[in-house]
Design a protein around this ligand. Structure first.
Ligand SMILES: C[C@](O)(CO)[C@H](O)COP(=O)(O)OP(=O)(O)OC[C@H]1O[C@@H](n2ccc(N)nc2=O)[C@H](O)[C@@H]1O
Ligand SMILES: Nc1ncnc2c1ncn2[C@@H]1O[C@H](COP(=O)(O)OP(=O)(O)OP(=O)(O)O)[C@@H](O)[C@H]1O
Length: 283
């Protein structure tokens, strides 16, 4: 932009699988997760200014306050250099919904301010301190994520996928869902993954994986079962699963016609839900 404004996309994160394989003495859980990003997301705009400020706009702006805990301001302060910027967050993603909106906002803020201020990104430890999902959100590549979210194997661009996201407009607390998980030590994903560009095989492989947080999230918010049933019942749905700690669920479709028919049908049958059609984010 000519006025010096820098724009960074904060793509929604989808945990295609999420295996919880252990728990650390500090209570953080060890994960084995295949993560992708969608072209749908929030947007961060940063413009030169004398002081740091944040304005929130967009469909979910009313669900967030501009306070010191906002992940965008925490990310800005994490550079440690007192500098100014007028930041605008366009909040298109539901809040506390398992698709990493806050984490993606923090990551996009870091990228945008590093460009605006012409400074390096904060170090890996600082990025992780903003949230376990912030490191993975630093790029939009398909990623195998392990550790507590800090060990990342970047796998390149995600294959082309026709996705529908549904959130029943219920926020779920990540900490409580982890706390309610019965078994903390579950099997990891198999080491060998088929070629992601062999889509049929790949989707079949993902269908054999799990989201271990789905059962405790279903207990906390039983409506998630209705979302999964409604998605699975759509023609051409090849996989329906919850993302992250919920409550957003994703479904993959055979083609874009099936995807758009499903989204239309769900908007009619459940006008109270948030329903979004999307695909893989560009890298
Ligand atoms: C469930 C996932 O969305 C999967 O991608 C993430 O692991 C959650 O990442 P996040 O929302 O950035 O999580 P944080 O804000 O760091 O942590 C929120 C709470 O979730 C729990 N938490 C989070 C990550 C992790 N590996 N183990 C945990 O037990 C902790 O109780 C923590 O207090
Ligand atoms: N910019 C922000 N956007 C969204 N949530 C924020 C933001 N700043 C702070 N938060 C707080 O962070 C918490 C988690 O929000 P977020 O939308 O990232 O959840 P999530 O999608 O469940 O994340 P994850 O999938 O990483 O667990 C909420 O309680 C919210 O109030």
């Amino acid at each position: 932009m000519t006025d010096g404004t820098i724009v960074e996309r904060a793509s929604a994160k989808v945990n295609l699988s999420l295996h919880v394989t252990g728990v650390r003495p500090d209570g953080y859980h060890l994960l084995d997760s295949l993560v992708m990003f969608t072209s749908l997301g929030d947007e961060i705009h940063v413009a030169p200014a004398g002081t740091l400020s944040l304005t929130i706009e967009g469909p979910f702006a009313d669900d967030l306050r501009v306070d010191d805990d906002n992940l965008v301001l925490r990310a800005a302060r994490s550079f440690g250099v007192p500098d100014g910027a007028a930041i605008t967050l366009h909040k298109n993603l539901p809040v506390a919904s398992g698709i990493g909106g806050g984490s993606a906002d923090a990551a996009a803020t870091l990228r945008a301010l590093a460009r605006l201020w012409d400074v390096p990104l904060p170090n890996a430890k600082t990025i992780l301190s903003l949230g376990a999902d912030v490191p993975v959100c630093m790029t939009t590549e398909l990623t195998k994520m392990s550790g507590i979210g800090n060990e990342l194997e970047r796998l390149g661009p995600a294959p082309m996928l026709d996705i529908v996201l549904v959130n029943p407009k219920i926020g779920v607390s990540t900490a409580s869902v982890f706390n309610e998980l019965e078994s903390k030590s579950n099997t990891p994903m198999p080491a060998d993954m088929p070629d992601p560009f062999d889509t049929d095989n790949w989707v079949g492989w993902i269908a054999h994986q799990r989201n271990d947080l789905q059962p405790p999230a279903l207990t906390a918010a039983p409506v998630i079962a209705d979302v999964l049933a409604a998605l699975s019942a759509q023609q051409g749905c090849t996989l329906a699963r919850m993302s992250g700690s919920g409550a957003t669920c994703f479904a993959l479709f055979e083609d874009s016609d099936a995807q758009s028919d499903a989204a239309k049908a769900l908007r009619v049958s459940h006008p109270e839900w948030w329903v979004a059609e999307t695909d893989e984010a560009p890298t």
